[in-house]
Design a binder for this molecule. Structure first.
Ligand code: ADP
Length: 616
């Protein structure tokens, strides 16, 4: 809307300017032709030929130069040319008495018409320009709610403020699961409600806390709920809002944010994606990050500036606590850290309940079952899932959301949209069917992994040819050695099935191989599962941050150790490969049946898949 309006405004402006130019031009020109190649000699010749009917001489002031306008016999309009000495023209015209009779010579003073018109044009354009700028500025101000005009208040913060009782205000009741996190934050709520209780016994409440966890796990929601519970205003903005191209803008926005917050204290200031400003200083490629460093310094200055119990609590969220500047985590700044992880089964069920409020569910919907099959989903994913299901239901004009609606949405939200329309060759389909069946059979038969929730050979929108989705029925905290072995076997199962059935193998298993290798390497270098390597951690830092670690690729262990690690990793993979191949060889009939069923139906459920084993 905004862009379109702006574009139209610009277009209008140019049209008006164009029209003015045209008018000025036409008035000024009045069908005259300027002819730079026409000169006195041509004029003389034409006069002698008698084809010129009218001559007008317009001398310039103080100099002999001037403009001459002439009309030709039988031709509309005038031709204009310049001469360096108008006397020459007068001589030609007046010198010959015969010719003189035919011509009218108005040797008038320079005509100021053209310059007057030009002046009017310029003034008109200037006036229009001023009016245009003023209207667009007032529009911008109106659009950004009065005081936060982007044009006028570049250095002002762009925080969104939620007052208690506003529509966006939340309470702990809106936050499902996250029980420990809420308990920890209840203390902050208490402080904001009744600070005297704490100050009277000399307690210090942290000024800043940092919420760490993947996107969509409810960090913003928690911070909002703290403000809502305490009944204080909530200022929120994202770290990237501070960062602009121009040095100094970020720092000035930080200043403005805290000055606003102080006026509304007690309050909560929430900075999402704090890593955008608080990344370790001096890091990143290319040096000079003056702007970000200034912004971070200003943030630290502000946080140190207000006293402990002033009533401003700064909450920040990030997914990457490892790249934050240590200065920000020091006592008196963001010294309290709260981890907000992906929800477990119970958490997921509670979140589903929150988000199915106001959505009539049919009797066949068992949220427990949905929760069980949504391992790894965040709160935001689950909300999205229920919303998609409601949309699917509404499309078919049904009154109740069915399990089928949720199942369909599950694929959409969890694995990316299925694309039935993409043409897949029969050969590819067959390979994928055997590949996925290989994974699925191992998932089913190996006790520490699986069971299978769904097997599909419909390509997902994200490049996977198919998928085998397990259900994680256990929310175990630890992964055992056996489990890791079996995970590797499952990863390799796809490729093994391909190699058993087809003489050739495909490139489709690269992700599986990568995953299997990573697991095996972690077993050796991180978890001490290898007797040869022992309980020594040789794992490289997982996420190498470009810049900080740039050029520091030397390993802290010898080449011997490195080759031992490689040998151990290979041993694990080889063992898993043989073991998985043995299992698949023994279940060849099921492999064929499963692949055939997949080819027929394209997608099979747990029940359909498990029935293949019962028929044995
Ligand atoms: P984050 O800040 O961690 O990226 P948000 O707080 O913005 O995540 O969560 C996005 C949305 O997901 C929320 O608006 C909410 O609808 C839903 N959500 C996430 N976690 C929960 C939860 N624990 N309970 C209820 N809804 C949740």
């Amino acid at each position: 809307m905004e862009n379109k309006g702006g574009f139209r405004g610009f277009l209008g402006f140019f049209v008006v300017v164009g029209v003015i130019f045209l008018i000025v031009y036409m008035m000024n020109n009045n069908s005259t032709t300027r002819d730079v190649s026409y000169n006195v000699l041509d004029f003389k010749a034409d006069v002698e030929k008698g084809i010129i009917t009218d001559v007008g001489i317009f001398p310039s002031e103080n100099v002999p130069m001037g403009e001459v306008r002439i009309s030709f016999k039988g031709v509309d309009g005038q031709t204009v040319f310049f001469v360096s000495d108008i006397n020459e023209i007068e001589e030609i015209v007046q010198g010959d008495s015969k010719l003189c009779e035919k011509y009218e010579v108005h040797a008038i003073k320079k005509d100021n018409l053209s310059s007057t018109m030009l002046l009017i044009g310029v003034i008109a354009i200037a006036v229009i320009l001023i009016v245009f700028i003023m209207t667009s500025m007032s529009q911008a101000r109106a659009m950004s709610g009065g005081s936060n005009s982007k044009i006028l208040d570049f250095g002002k913060n762009r925080a969104i403020k939620i007052e208690p009782g506003d529509e966006g205000a939340k309470t702990f009741a809106d936050v499902a699961g996250l029980h420990e996190e809420k308990e920890e934050l209840a203390e902050v709520v208490d402080f904001l409600k009744a600070p005297e209780k704490f100050t009277s016994v000399g307690a210090r409440i942290p000024k800043g806390m940092i919420l760490v966890g993947p996107p969509g796990t409810g960090k913003t929601l928690l911070a909002k709920a703290v403000a809502g519970e305490a009944g204080v205003p909530f200022f929120s903005l994202s770290g990237s809002d501070f960062v602009e191209m121009f040095v100094g803008v970020g720092a000035s926005r930080v200043r403005s944010l805290f000055s606003d917050a102080k006026k509304s204290a007690p309050c909560i200031v929430f900075i999402d994606e704090i890593d955008a400003v608080a990344r370790r200083r001096g890091s990143g490629l290319g040096g000079g990050h003056d702007e970000r460093e200034q912004t971070l310094n200003q943030l630290l200055v502000e946080m140190d500036g207000f006293s402990v119990n002033e009533g401003i609590i700064v909450m920040a969220a990030t997914n990457r606590v490892d790249i934050l500047d240590n200065a920000i985590l020091r006592p008196g700044r963001f010294d309290r850290r709260i981890g907000v992880g992906r929800p477990d089964v119970r958490g997921r069920e509670e979140i589903l309940e929150v988000h199915s409020k106001g959505k009539p569910l049919s009797d066949d919907v068992d949220l427990k079952k949905v929760a069980r099959s949504t391992v790894g989903f965040t709160g935001a994913d689950l909300e999205n899932l229920m919303n998609e299901a409601a949309i699917a239901c509404a499309k078919e004009q049904r009154k109740f959301i069915t399990f089928e609606d949720i199942s369909k949405s599950f694929i959409k939200v969890g694995v990316g949209t299925e694309k039935r329309s993409r043409i897949v060759s029969e050969r590819d389909k067959k390979i994928t069917a055997y590949h996925e069946s290989g994974h699925a059979i191992l998932f089913h038969l190996l006790p520490e992994v699986g069971p299978v929730h769904m097997v599909s050979i419909i390509p997902t929108g994200e490049g996977a040819a198919g998928y085998t989705m397990p259900i994680d029925e256990k929310d175990d905290m630890f992964t055992t050695r056996n489990q890791m072995f079996q995970e590797i076997m499952v990863d390799l199962g796809g490729r093994i099935a391909e190699s058993i059935i087809f003489d050739d193998i495909t490139t489709g298993a690269s992700q599986d191989i990568k995953q299997a290798t990573r697991t095996a390497r972690d077993m050796v270098t991180k978890f001490g599962f290898s007797d040869v390597i022992g309980m020594v951690n040789y794992a490289d830092e997982e996420e190498v941050f470009v810049g900080r670690d740039y050029g520091h690729t030397s390993k802290a262990y010898s080449a011997d150790t490195a080759s031992n690690i490689d040998a151990e990793v290979k041993k694990i993979i080889d063992y898993c490969y043989d073991e998985a191949k043995r299992i698949l060889d023994e279940n060849m009939e099921i492999l064929h049946k499963s692949a055939a069923l997949l080819l027929e139906r394209e997608r099979i459920t747990r029940e359909e898949f498990e029935a293949l084993f019962d028929a044995e």
